[in-house]
Design a protein around this ligand. Structure first.
Ligand code: BES
Ligand code: ZN
Ligand code: ZN
Length: 501
């Protein structure tokens, strides 16, 4: 969908549907509303006055116009009570509006900008939320559909009609940010939705190379031979059962010469998690193409941060593997020496995420980062603890955790901190190696023991870990959230870096 800003005479506006947002408790007084209302013999204001339900949240009332203006149809769209409106409600309104128009087979619409009557929300922020709602709500994944379904394009064009001239640059700023963020989220959704016979480790490498080229990022790719040379044995141990060889991809944005803070992002890239020799039972294996959601998030955030030109240095590390059973696979009970030198007993080959993250996390220390944030679809236990919608947050630096949680309040991606106390480190003791890749034998606190395992590899760095096993995937459509890969937590991480710059 292409969104543009359209200035000019509303009587001559060419659009399929003109959308007029209506509050439940505030009269419409926008310049263009008054103009159209007068041209229509006050039909709009009379209708709104006669039926107060029109302004209720997400109530959409469609009209044919009376030929005195050039637009085909008018849609009065309810925003609810003005004081209750916030950025998330606007985003959700935007998503529901495009879903409604898509169902009516509308390909183009224009909307009166509603910034002026808003309380406590800046116009650029309101516009950003609205456009995110449009773009994310219009997303669909049709790459693997037959030709007929591919034609269902959704909304193609939308225009925002500013109501005063002085703030058009702020509206444009909000539109631009929304476009960058939504494209980055769409990249992540596409990768997570892509089947594992296509989105394999080499495919992620190619995506990273394409992004590096387009956005002028530096890139390093360690293939199996280089991983061996570097002694990144955990990545090798997980990857060796598959016919698709493993990689470690490192993307760099910014310049080490510039005196800016350096941050590292590390994302789990298990393109398919069968469990390995500890094979997952059928229904648990079904969705395991999503297990590269962390690596996809790294790509999405690198894309957005570089397009927004944020003044930070950002390093993205993506260990990319496929976890498969074969005669070459790691066995339960194998011991590997990690890149850090610590030895790990692989008690369960299905706890592979923490293994590949260990070497990538330890490698990230080379960059002497101000903070490291990792993102991983790491544990089913996190879903048991927090449900499907909430990211589990862990960390060694409470200030960093608090800043991530604060950023997530801005974007409305749900996050909740979970404990990383000493008991969980005791749980990952091994009888024969330094540590084991399993916590309590009954699985108690499984998300925390996985986090305690990762902590072993970050030294005393400022570090936070986001377990996205639940929220990486949505089981149903809801406004701007679509069934399938969600792209969570791209918007939060970009907001975090925006606040840091
Ligand atoms: N990839 C899974 C975690 C997961 C589960 C992600 C559901 C998304 C949805 C991870 O590698 C895994 O298998 N974890 C095991 C760990 C266990 C063996 C200690 C789990 O959570 O059961
Ligand atoms: Zn697993
Ligand atoms: Zn996994």
């Amino acid at each position: 969908m292409k969104i543009s800003l359209k200035k000019g005479n509303i009587e001559n506006l060419k659009t399929k549907v003109l959308v007029i947002p209506v509050f439940e408790d505030v009269k419409n007084a926008e310049r263009d509303f008054v103009k159209i209302d007068n041209l229509m013999g006050r039909l709009l204001s009379k209708t709104i006055e006669a039926d107060p339900a029109i302004g209720e949240e997400n109530n959409f009332s469609l009209f044919f116009n009376n030929k005195r203006i050039t637009t085909d149809k008018i849609l009065l769209a309810g925003l609810g009570k003005r004081d209750k409106l916030d950025a998330e409600k606007i985003r959700s309104f935007g998503g529901k509006l495009v879903n409604h128009l898509k169902k009516k087979k509308v390909s183009d619409f224009s909307i009166l900008s509603f910034g002026y009557g808003l309380k406590g929300i800046a116009i650029e922020k309101a516009t950003q939320a609205l456009c995110e709602g449009f773009l994310l709500g219009n997303y669909s994944h049709t790459k693997f559909k037959s030709k007929k379904d591919k034609k269902k394009k959704g909304i193609e064009t939308a225009a925002i009609l500013p109501q005063t001239d002085y703030d058009t640059s702020k509206i444009e700023e909000g539109m631009k940010r929304a476009e960058i963020l939504s494209n980055s989220v769409a990249l992540v959704r596409d990768l997570v939705n892509g089947p594992a016979n296509v989105v394999n480790p080499a495919y992620l490498v190619k995506e990273a190379k394409d992004l590096a080229k387009q956005n002028k990022l530096k890139i390093k790719v360690f293939d199996q031979a280089q991983l061996k040379k570097e002694k990144m044995n955990t990545i090798l141990a997980v990857g060796k059962g598959s016919d698709f060889p493993p990689y470690l991809v490192i993307l760099e944005y910014g310049s080490a010469k510039r005196k800016q803070d350096t941050y590292c992002l590390v994302g789990k890239g298990v393109c398919f998690d069968s469990g390995g020799l500890n094979l997952k039972p059928g229904s648990y294996m079904q969705d395991m193409k999503i297990d590269m959601g962390g690596a996809a998030t790294v790509l999405g955030v690198m894309k957005a941060v570089s397009e927004l030109k944020l003044p930070i240095n950002l390093i993205g590390l993506m260990p990319c593997v496929e976890n498969m059973p074969s005669a070459r696979s790691s066995r339960p009970g194998d011991v590997v020496t990690t890149y850090s030198g610590k030895t790990v007993e692989i008690l369960n080959t299905d706890a592979e995420g923490r293994l590949i993250m260990a070497d990538a996390l330890h490698y990230s220390l080379k960059y002497k980062p101000k903070s490291i944030i990792d993102i991983a679809t790491l544990t089913g236990a996190c879903m048991v603890a927090l449900g499907l919608d909430t990211v589990g947050v862990f960390g060694t630096d409470q200030e960093l955790v608090d800043d991530i949680l604060a950023a997530s309040k801005e974007t409305d991606e749900l996050m909740w901190q979970l404990p990383l106390t000493k008991g969980f480190t005791d749980d990952i003791k091994s009888k024969i190696a330094d540590i084991a890749n399993l916590g309590h034998p009954k699985g108690y606190g499984g998300a925390s023991s996985a986090a305690a395992f990762l902590k072993e590899f970050v030294g005393d760095a400022s570090w936070a870990h986001l377990d996205i096993a639940g929220p990486a995937w949505a089981t149903k459509d809801n406004s701007y959230k679509k069934e399938g890969g969600t792209g969570i937590p791209v918007r939060t991480l970009v907001e975090f870096f925006r606040q840091k710059s």
